[in-house]
Design a protein around this ligand. Sequence first.
Ligand SMILES: [Zn+2]
Length: 326
Amino acid sequence: MKKWTVGVQFRKNRRKQLAFLILTGMCVVFFVQSFQAFCRITREASQLNPAPSMTVVLDAGHGGEDGGAQAPDGSLEKTYNLEIAQILRRYLQNAGFSVIMTRETDDDLSDPSLPTIHTRKEDDLRKREQLVKENSPCYFISIHQNKFSDSRYGGTQVLYSPNHEDSQKVAQAIQESFATHLQPDNTRTPKAATDSIYLLWHIQQPAVLVECGFLSNEEDLALLQNPVYQHKVASCILLGVAAYLEKEKGVVIPSASWYDDTITFVGAETTLWLEKIKFPMSAPNAAFLLLNGMGNARAVVSGIPWKKNWRPRYALCRPAMRGTGM
Ligand SMILES: [Zn+2]
């Protein structure tokens, strides 16, 4: 009886030990496989989604003796390009980008000792291209204005370089941003650049050219001469770049850092976005937004006191205010 009990006990222990060993073995196999899978997924994810570049080479088109297109009132494209680029630079820097300007004054980059306008222009473009090479990886954004023989045509047109697959995505996001925030009737789609646009044709980084408006269109010209509208154009470009980064790279630009200025839109309807909440507002009441960096946002939204945890996404005027004497 006792022997039998010991025998049963022994077999029971053996079974327990065996079960324990099998279980331990299974656990080890499971953990090893999980770890291998984790390493593989992490490796593949890092190959698929390398950290996106946060450098922008920002190009104010033309400059110096090259004025670009001329408006009917005699004003030159190069001036508007630089004004908008300078505003956009600040917005991009506030959003965390490192920005390299191809020019900051009314000068081109060419060697003045070169004999002809043609050779100087070639030299200027090659030096802009060189700046992109030196700062790669980067995004290239070129600011220009359009002109056409038929003055009816207006609105923004974005072009993209054919050399990098992200160029079209950035261009698409910027073009959509204009349609969403500023020009609801603008149904244009981005165009691939041809060899007639030297920089987009040669640059190998994601590269776009934004034709902000038509100098040949009376309404566009009046808008482009207004600093408030220039801010809106720069905002649309930034919002497009931010939308591209969020959609394609999973990078969210910290929105509260987008504005460090007091932006006052007077006499028009405005929409203020706080996170995903949309506040349509009348301008004198609510179209001001005062931000002093993260956490110091102060504003009154239609009489609602600002809540500390609200993060402003952006403030933009509604399209209805086109031509209302901003
Ligand atoms: Zn141009």
